[in-house]
Ligand binder design. Structure first.
Ligand SMILES: Cc1cc2nc3c(=O)[nH]c(=O)nc-3n(C[C@H](O)[C@H](O)[C@H](O)COP(=O)(O)OP(=O)(O)OC[C@H]3O[C@@H](n4cnc5c(N)ncnc54)[C@H](O)[C@@H]3O)c2cc1C
Length: 288
């Protein structure tokens, strides 16, 4: 049954310290970013809890910091702000591409990157990009702050390695390696405004002779958590990108994933599309 909004309590801290203090309260409030996931759950009556902690007034969460090539994006930064940020556009175009495909403008204006991370849907569009970029997630509680490698954030389906009183305060994308190219592609039911059947982000760097020196191939919607295609990565590392290595990388994909079957797609379709997207990325690189 749909939740009755008038019965819900909304806490509206203005500082992070106040928010963290609130997270120790009983009952513990549910963090509320843009509400684009939470309101769906409230509307469907699947969201338990009557206290909510509105994070949108905390200015420090809405900041983007640039330092020596790395970018730290506050948890409250919206996908619209990511799309519009000149330095993110210049350094992390795959993240901008992902941000541009999260719902429509109305959603992007409200949806935050921390909400996408904490909601932990395997179909979350920013997640493969963060995985491919070796991002680091900062979480905070009254006990202090700690950093979690994005690759270690999800323990299982919608199971995050964060404590119940911790908030996601920021995510840092380190400086990518020299001579790298990044790529993002989402395939859904239609070209825009759909949840992904397969979502992919790739990051490959080559040395001056064209040999692959760094490779990250990350998929969403293929497994219960966003995951790298390690076998395909191994097929590419320390070799030039040729028709032979492209075929080897593609052939390794079934060893990396047994794609999920769910309401959005089936595993046969996902397996085929995952291979096609990988090939699209690699062919674009070999042609460059
Ligand atoms: C019409 C529609 C289309 C959508 N399309 C897409 C799409 O194409 N791609 C996609 O990836 N997603 C899509 N979404 C889902 C949603 O917009 C994203 O997941 C968004 O990033 C959620 O962010 P939010 O700030 O709105 O999160 P909220 O709804 O506020 O919160 C989501 C979850 O994260 C938790 N949370 C929020 N902030 C924090 C924090 N700082 N620390 C700890 N926990 C926190 C909340 O408690 C909640 O569990 C869509 C949603 C709608 C309604």
């Amino acid at each position: 049954m749909r939740s009755t909004l008038s019965t819900l309590e909304l806490l509206r801290p203005r500082t992070l310290d106040e928010a963290l203090e609130r997270m120790t309260g009983t009952p513990r409030p549910t963090p509320l970013g843009g509400g684009t996931d939470l309101f769906v759950y409230l509307n469907a009556g699947t969201q338990a809890g009557e206290r909510y902690l509105d994070l949108t007034r905390i200015a420090s969460l809405a900041k983007v910091r640039v330092a020596r090539g790395a970018i730290t994006i506050g948890g409250g930064v919206t996908f619209r702000a990511i799309r519009d940020h000149a330095e993110i556009r210049r350094r992390f175009p795959a993240l901008v591409a992902a941000a541009s495909e999260v719902g429509a403008w109305q959603i992007q204006n409200r949806a935050t990157i921390a909400g996408n991370i904490a909601n932990a849907s395997p179909a979350g569009d920013s997640l493969p990009v963060l995985l491919a970029h070796d991002a680091v997630v900062r979480v905070a509680s009254v006990r202090g702050e700690r950093d979690i490698a994005f690759a270690e954030l999800y323990r299982g389906y919608r199971d995050l390695a964060i404590e119940p009183d911790e908030l996601v305060t920021a995510v840092t994308l380190p400086t990518p390696p020299a001579r790298h190219r990044a790529f993002f592609r989402k395939v859904g039911t239609r070209r825009a405004q759909s949840i992904s059947k397969v979502v992919f982000a790739g990051l490959i760097a080559t040395d001056r002779s064209g040999v692959v020196s760094h490779v990250r191939l990350a998929y969403g919607s293929m497994a219960p958590v966003p995951a790298r295609a390690l076998g395909s990565e191994n097929a590419l590392l320390n070799a030039p990108i040729t028709p032979h290595t492209i075929a080897a990388a593609r052939a390794a994909l079934p060893t990396d994933f047994t794609p999920i079957d769910d309401i959005r797609s089936d595993r046969g379709y996902r397996a085929k599309v995952a291979g096609n997207i990988l090939e699209q990325f690699l062919r674009a690189l070999s042609a460059a």
